[in-house]
Design a protein. Sequence first.
Length: 358
Amino acid sequence: MKIEKNELSKKIGQLKSIVPSRTTIEALKGVLYKDGYLIASDTNLTVKAKIEVLEEDAGGTEPFIIPDKSFDLINSLPPGEMELETGKDMVKIKIGKIRNQFRTLPAEQFAYIRDSISAEAAASISASKLKTAISHVLYAVAPGGTNQTMTGMYMECKDGKLNFVGLDGKRIAWDSIDYDGSFQLIVPRAALDKLLKLDFTGDIAITHDENGVLFRSEDYEVYTRLIQGEYFKYEKLFSHGDIYTVIDRKTFLEAINRAKLCGSAEDKAPVIFDMQGSSIKITYRDSATDYQEDVPVLEDLSSALKIAFDPRFFADSLKAFDCDNISMEFKSAKMPAILKAEDSDMTALVLPVNFREA
């Protein structure tokens, strides 16, 4: 089989993070070539990447495993046409005057999870819209923890909308896009992290059964097991606040970041918002600093309020938006702040923290 080295190196680079370093299935410590796709799996997540083959073996190329020990060598090779020769227990690599041979395992031992889901009748959605909505919410999905439900993104399709929800106990993010269908899925964060890093273009079809979900485009497939369980009643958490204003997102984020820089890793002091009239005074105090900055708002506050937040969580929420201006709603110092984009359905909720008056 002949293939462009850069093409092979690029696709292996996209897949190798899925290859498990520890597994009882030794064959999974590599990437499988089969029917024009490179495939990587860790038994919970399987990713397929279509690869362009310049020349097939006579009668077609039989499936084979590219072992992980070859990944660095393939990446270091010069560009050009590469030839791969395969046998039952070896892979030979040839390019120019370079020759090498790696031991491998039979392809039939590559026991990846196979999707039995048909994508033929699935509605499609723009890859850019899907990836944008996921990126708006993923920061609020917990990277780990004992509550498995929080380690997945809730994807709920109803009433012509596909809702994306992340909740980690400190903040909540919610976005939606137009999509026809009816389902409720909790998709592991790791699968969506990988989806964002792949070069999905065009349209993506989403299909599922009770065990897994498949995201499929012309060039890639991402199949993952679902997290089982019932998700939180997120809609009830987004009640309107009586205190309202609009901020310049970048200006407000820069002010919070400056306040954070004055703190230390040991001190976990909150950032305090003293909101009244046409500005918000941002204060950060710990054992070594007393930072204050007045930030103007774009719409005067209807009522005064002093409220505090963990600066990391508030900054992460602001960074997830990509619009210029954001509206903020508050009820009291004990109730969450609700942030809303000016140009989309994206909404975020940040829980406040207790603080002492100076």
